[in-house]
Design a binder for this molecule. Structure first.
Ligand code: F6R
Length: 607
């Protein structure tokens, strides 16, 4: 999705803006631009395609003097990815420039009104109405113009604005789209993502919905819709700059796959006290939990798949029914939710529009809500009754890996924690806690056991389609394995519950059709085995994912990926790892842009 940056200080702004935009590339974009103020002159440079084109056009920013400015990467929604539609947009009189993330839902009505009032539109974007509104409302005070403009907008926005009559200042506003201020000595910044700021400062102020900011080199002021200043203290970011760099790997995705043992350790460590799982973020008593009639887990994409996998542990250990709902479906489904429902929303970014809407819907219906989120200070984190951070560190590759495994880890821990409060696992609590503490080393083994993933990718990368099959937790992981494969390698991949094959899908199995069979659950191994035999007898080539010494599968599969031995309740976080590696290497064989797959964005802030 779009990204924005802003800078004001004592250095040339353009190179700093370009560096910030490069850090936002991973979010996905198709054009980019900067506006820099030099004295009272605003100059705008825009390009289609990559930031490198903008660097070339501005000679790495050297050709654009000026100490403050704003920048943008655009992921086209309203209007094609052209230079005209790229941000920043200028007002007709050239005094104002605006960058915007989000969607202005009432832009057509505003466009009509502004056109009648004589404003000329240069683009097809919804954003352009904002800059004309600012021009219309400006009577000498940018605060006033910004507030009056915001009052006219319906939808979501993170805005960055400069005004030639206010040299040295950059303005920002937030409504339902992330925006963070970076506070430094004699310089201040804003951006839609901490990763664009962390090279310059560790001190961040998270803007909330309805808040505005006025930044000069010496001050970062936040104000509300009445124009009154709000006191907000900066929060210090503790992860280091290298966490957002590739660190010697060819791709962020591979680095993030390899980081999983450490990320999962960081998720677990602060939540084990005296050998037991403990969440200080939560305050559930036994009667509170007894009062819950069902749990709904809602999320999108991989986060939804994490819910599908974590459900088994929650149901098995807590004996509470768990429903999994896609957030984009739940929000329009008139869901049966009341004060006896516990809703768990899952989101790596904390900014996914559908998940935010589903969370709001559930809250309105009286549910208790827990958010499992990675990005600190994100919208979902601030909306839920309780927030559990995954502490996975910054995830840059569009395709999530450590985001997913840390989400499942939290679900496992919640299952043990709730079950312990409910008094269901007295004798087994230590053993379950031990299983959880073993996750990081088992994930490491799942990496180490599969050097063959690279060679297997060479064998399978030309396949027209890949079928992933499994039962129970294996099926949940198959869903995520298939998504990983299709989104980065563009090989058509689908997951099927193995027992469902004979109800239709088996018609697609023909000679040499690859089938990736997940068999990591001892209790139902025989069942999956018979599905493997079914597809094999119709000519399929089977790549099985199973335990190292599982002789039954070894003898029927054509190829193998391995995991270490683990209880099926906690296996999903381990099983996915070889499938992530396979997807990565298949994508590499296919020459794909692994960290930035086509048409995808890291943070899906529009519906
Ligand atoms: C796939 C992927 C997406 C996200 C989905 C939700 O690899 O990353 O499917 O899982 O867009 O995003 P978050 O977790 O940020 O809400």
């Amino acid at each position: 999705m779009c990204g924005i940056v802003g800078f004001t200080g004592k250095h040339n702004a353009a190179p700093i803006l370009l560096e910030g935009l490069k850090k936002l590339e991973y979010r996905g974009y198709d054009s980019a631009g900067i506006a820099v103020m030099n004295g009272s002159e605003i100059s705008v440079d825009k390009v289609t395609g990559r930031i490198s084109n903008l660097c070339e056009k501005t000679r790495d920013g050297g050709a654009v003097p000026g100490l403050c400015g704003i920048g943008h990467t655009r992921w086209a929604t309203h209007g094609a990815p052209t230079e005209e539609n790229a941000h920043p947009h200028l007002s007709n009189d050239g005094r104002f420039a605006v960058v915007h993330n989000g969607i202005i839902e009432n832009y057509l009505a505003l466009r009509e009104e502004l056109t009648e009032a004589g404003y000329r539109f240069e683009s097809e974007t919804d954003t352009e109405v904002i800059v004309h509104l600012i021009e219309m409302y400006y009577k000498g005070s940018m605060r006033e113009a910004l507030i009056n403009t915001a009052n006219r907008l319906h939808g979501s926005y993170a805005l960055g604005v400069i005004c030639s009559e206010d040299p040295g200042k950059i303005y920002a506003a937030r409504e339902a789209s992330p925006l963070i201020l970076g506070v430094g000595p004699e310089e201040n910044f804003f951006a839609s993502d901490v990763t664009a700021l962390v090279n310059n400062t560790r001190n961040m102020i998270y803007l909330e919905d309805g808040e505005f900011a006025e930044l000069s080199p010496d001050a970062a002021r936040v104000f509300d819709v009445t124009g009154q200043d709000i006191r907000k203290s900066p929060v210090r970011i503790t992860w280091d700059v290298q966490a957002a760099e590739k660190g010697g790997y060819d791709h962020f995705m591979l680095k993030e796959i390899m980081e999983q043992p450490g990320a999962v350790k960081a998720t677990i460590a602060p939540r084990i006290k005296d050998g037991r799982v403990f969440f200080e973020e939560l305050s559930f008593s036994r009667p509170d939990l007894q009062n819950i009639r069902k749990i709904i887990i809602t999320a999108c994409g991989s986060a939804y798949h994490a819910g599908c996998a974590g459900r088994y542990a929650l149901e098995k250990l807590c004996r509470i029914p768990v429903e999994i709902e896609l957030a984009s479906e739940l929000r329009y489904s008139d869901p049966l939710i009341d004060e006896h429902t516990l809703v768990i929303v899952i989101s790596q970014s904390g900014e996914t529009a559908d998940t935010i809407a589903a969370l709001k819907e559930c809250r309105e219906r009286g549910a208790k809500t827990i958010a499992i989120v990675n990005v600190v200070g994100s919208t979902i984190a601030s909306l839920a009754d309780s927030t559990i951070y995954t502490w996975a560190g910054p995830e840059i590759a569009v395709a999530t890996t450590k985001g997913y495994t840390t989400q499942i880890t939290i679900l496992y821990m919640l299952a043990v924690y709730f079950s312990s409060i409910l008094g269901y696992i007295a004798g087994a609590e230590v053993a379950y806690t031990d299983e959880i503490q073993q996750l990081p080393s088992r994930i490491q083994q799942a990496i180490d056991l599969n050097p063959s993933a690279e060679a297997l990718a060479k064998k399978y990368h030309r396949s027209k389609a890949l079928f992933f099959i499994g039962r129970n937790t294996d099926y949940a992981v198959a869903l995520e394995g298939a998504l990983k494969m299709k989104e980065i390698s563009y090989v058509h991949s689908e997951a099927y519950a193995a027992g469902e094959l004979k109800h239709g899908t088996i018609a697609l199995i023909e000679e040499k059709q690859p089938v990736i069979a997940l068999c990591c659950n001892h209790a139902i191994m025989e069942k999956t085995l018979s599905n493997i035999v079914e597809v094999k007898s119709r000519g399929a080539k089977v790549l099985a994912l199973t335990f190292r010494n599982n002789q039954k599968i070894l003898s029927v599969a054509d190829d193998l990926l391995f995991i270490p031995d683990v209880d099926a309740v906690f296996s999903a976080a381990i099983e996915i790892v070889p499938l992530q590696l396979l997807a990565y290497y298949v994508a590499r064989e296919n020459g794909c842009d692994i960290d930035k797959p086509k048409n995808l964005a890291k943070s899906v802030t529009v519906e």
